[in-house]
Ligand binder design. Structure first.
Ligand code: HEM
Length: 253
């Protein structure tokens, strides 16, 4: 891959390493774990945007993840199990990605200057990915740990209380921007790397893929921002009843 070659030449690495099969295997595992996480995020941000359709919709989705169709009333333990699995994949993916980090700040600066000189957009994308990936180490871990250990505190009021009263919204804003950019660039690079949509006219198809992914990334950022604003609004209105849980009003109540 071009940017890998550029990075190797800048960092002065030899091509000897390529003779081993291990880097290729690690590369594949990094792509595979990245793809799983990207698919998870694509669905996660949509499920979580259910708040845009009202509190009842978000409550129904929460209960679905607690498997209430399987066990009467559902159980938050299933959310913990899911969070554990995602956390394990997340840590493994980050561990594999560490190999690609520049080894020192000086190398990073050289890489940045190089990208500027070359005006090579794929190298710029690589820099976006490494920067957002670094932020995700921290932000993603905070969020996943919260979900793993407090699975019962999810719902229209519980989530909004966390976002507004517990002041999680700045963290979510940074997490949203980082993860959407990271996933968008990551998916684009995966498609380029494996040549999935190259067809008969790779040059044209690659440009088209880039345009489509750019549009989808922007749409996801907008959906995420509106969801976050909605959680903030509900949290603000609910601030005096902090801790109270949402209940669906039915004729039986
Ligand atoms: C199984 C694991 C996960 C669960 C159960 C989960 C659940 C949730 C829930 C319930 C919210 C709403 C806010 C709240 O209650 O605090 C939320 C928001 C969010 N989550 Fe997750 N999450 C998981 C994994 C992830 C991962 C791995 C990422 C990215 C690295 C992520 C990114 C986000 C973002 C960016 C928001 C805010 C979205 C917005 O502003 O619209 N989540 N998540």
């Amino acid at each position: 891959m071009l940017q890998d070659n550029i990075v190797e030449s800048i960092l002065g690495k030899t091509t000897q390493k390529r003779k081993s099969k291990i880097p290729a295997k690690l590369d594949f595992l990094q792509s595979a774990t990245g793809l799983i996480l990207a698919i998870f995020i694509i669905f996660h941000l949509l499920f979580e945007a259910s708040i845009l359709f009202g509190k009842d919709s978000m409550y129904a989705i929460t209960k679905m993840f607690e498997l209430d169709f399987f066990i009467k009333g559902g159980s938050p333990i299933f959310i913990s199990i899911l969070a554990f699995i995602i956390f394990a994949i997340f840590i493994f993916h980050a561990f594999l990605a560490m190999r690609k980090f520049p080894n020192s700040y000086r190398e990073y600066l050289r890489l940045k200057t190089h990208a500027k000189l070359m005006k090579h957009s794929d190298t710029n994308l690589w820099i976006i990915q490494i920067t957002t990936g670094f932020m995700l180490f921290f932000l993603g871990s905070i969020h996943l740990y919260t979900m793993l250990t407090q699975p019962a505190n999810i719902g229209p009021f519980a989530s909004s209380d966390r976002v507004y009263s517990d002041m999680f919204w700045p963290m979510y804003l940074m997490l949203l921007i980082s993860v959407v950019l990271h996933a968008g660039v990551g998916i684009y690079r995966l498609i380029m790397k494996w040549g999935w949509f190259d067809g008969k006219n790779p040059k044209e198809n690659r440009l088209r893929t880039r345009k489509i992914i750019k549009i989808i990334t922007i749409i996801y950022l907008i959906i995420g921002l509106f969801s976050l604003i909605t959680y903030i609004k509900i949290g603000y209105e609910h601030r005096d009843s902090y801790g109270e849980r949402y209940k669906v009003i039915t004729n039986e109540n």
